[in-house]
Design a protein around this ligand. Structure first.
Ligand code: ADP
Ligand code: ASP
Ligand code: MG
Length: 408
């Protein structure tokens, strides 16, 4: 007997038909003698619909009320799935995040899980119940409903698996595993049997939304056995996230991640003196805006520099506003912005021991006439910022240039 946590995403519970299908899969695992905890997302499109409603009233919806609103999506699904399980003759019980007591910090719309009280769940599991938990939501110390950021049900799943010391956490979604890149953009993308935890962490942080980054972080911290599989197929091993590197077979590049949500901000003609980076980025950080890539160039005359960085596109207008103020305080010449940029990244642990990856990447993009605006590298990834309109082309040509459609 194993304890398994299964998480089903929005498409996988997108209709009554699909919910009944999920119930059948859960029933099969129960019939094999396993204990099953199920985490579900809101039905497809529901979270977006709710956010849309809020924005019809407030252009920047109040974060606390936003969480009260969007958490309802998952509450619908837990009840429906529990009913479907009961209809099949199983014992089932639904829990909202607060009912479990998934305690989070108070950062509405992007809260972090602090602790999980797993006692009630364990009691129900021992009593033969399937426990159905609402993904994406928690409660703060004061009893306010919080949510974990888009894609947060993945994190609920992995965090519950960690708290319950589950034997496996299975993330069921609308693709049958983790691919070399998003199969919707590159149909030739190849499903990976395994991917290392480090690579998955990079892929997720660089934009592959197949797993939320915090879910991967949890899996790493608590060594949760994590697998991504399709809820549309009966069979299939999916993709296992591994903690060991298979050095014999390790390809140099495992995947390509991309992110359309980048916006670029440049402060031109900044006086080149100590403290200037802080003068620019301090106010941005104070406004709780995350900064991604940063580049500082010495200007041609040697006394001024240009300072460029990227932020999430949703924060672009706010960031520009802050920098207009900073511009006059520090005496910079100009502030420019571009919110139509995108980031493409090659990821692979094999990069550590191979050179020439970056130059091959740049050559491939140059051959298509794609201009690189910013570059950043780490041990196992290379990212470039480009004009958003070339994003899909860039991903396709890089996928081909690095032979990712073929197994290593
Ligand atoms: P769910 O609603 O089940 O959480 P998501 O839409 O959040 O599903 O994530 C699954 C989607 O992630 C896939 O449909 C696919 O388009 C996208 N995706 C992006 N990168 C990858 C990748 N490398 N491998 C597989 N899927 C990917
Ligand atoms: N329903 C939430 C979202 O759309 C959480 C999730 O699906 O993981 O972001
Ligand atoms: Mg998701």
């Amino acid at each position: 007997m194993a304890l398994i946590v299964q998480k089903y995403g929005g498409t996988s519970v997108g209709s009554i038909e699909r919910i009944k299908n999920v119930a059948q899969r859960v029933a099969r695992f129960k019939a094999q003698g396993h204990q099953v905890v199920v985490v579900v997302s809101a039905m497809t499109g529901e979270t977006n619909r709710l956010i849309g409603l809020a924005k019809e009233i407030q252009s920047h919806p109040d974060p606390r009320e936003m969480d009260v609103l969007v958490s309802t999506g998952e509450q619908v699904t837990i009840a429906l799935l529990s009913m479907a399980l009961m209809e099949m003759g199983l014992k089932a019980k639904s829990y909202t995040g607060a009912q479990v007591r998934i305690l989070t910090d108070a950062a509405h719309t992007k809260a972090r899980i602090l602790s999980i009280d797993e006692e009630n769940l364990r009691r129900d599991l021992d009593g033969g119940h399937v426990v159905v938990v609402a993904g994406f939501q928690g409660v703060d110390e004061k009893g306010n409903i919080t949510t974990l950021g888009r894609g947060g049900s993945d994190t609920t799943g992995v965090a519950l698996a960690a708290a319950l010391k589950a034997d496996e956490c299975q993330i069921y979604t609308d693709v049958d595993g983790v691919y070399t890149t998003d199969p919707r953009i590159v149909p030739e993308a190849r499903k990976l049997k395994t991917i290392t935890f480090e690579e998955m962490l990079e892929m997720a942080s660089l934009g592959s939304k197949v797993l939320q980054i915090r879910a991967v972080e949890f899996a790493g911290k608590y060594k949760v056995k994590l697998r991504v599989l399709s809820s549309f197929e009966e069979e299939g091993e999916g993709t296992l996230i591994t903690f060991e590197e298979d050095t014999m077979e390790q390809p140099i590049i495992s995947g390509i991640a991309f992110n359309r949500d980048e916006a670029k901000v440049t402060v031109l003609g900044v006086p080149d003196r100590p403290g200037i980076a802080y003068a620019i980025l301090g106010p941005v950080a104070d406004a709780n805006i995350d900064v991604d890539m940063i580049i500082q160039n010495v200007g041609a005359d040697g006394t001024t520099t240009d300072f460029t960085f990227t932020v999430h596109r949703n924060e672009f207008t706010r960031a520009m506003g802050i920098l207009k103020d900073v511009q006059s305080t520090i005496g910079a010449r100009e502030v420019k912005g571009d919110d139509k940029t995108a980031k493409v990244s090659l990821v692979g642990v094999g990069m550590r021991s191979h050179s020439g990856i970056a130059s091959n990447m740049f050559k491939t993009l140059a051959a298509e006439g794609i201009n690189i605006q910013m570059i950043s590298t780490s041990e196992i990834k290379i990212s470039v910022v480009i004009d958003e309109k070339y994003l899909e082309l860039a991903v396709r040509v890089l996928h081909k240039a690095f032979n990712l459609e073929q197994a290593a």
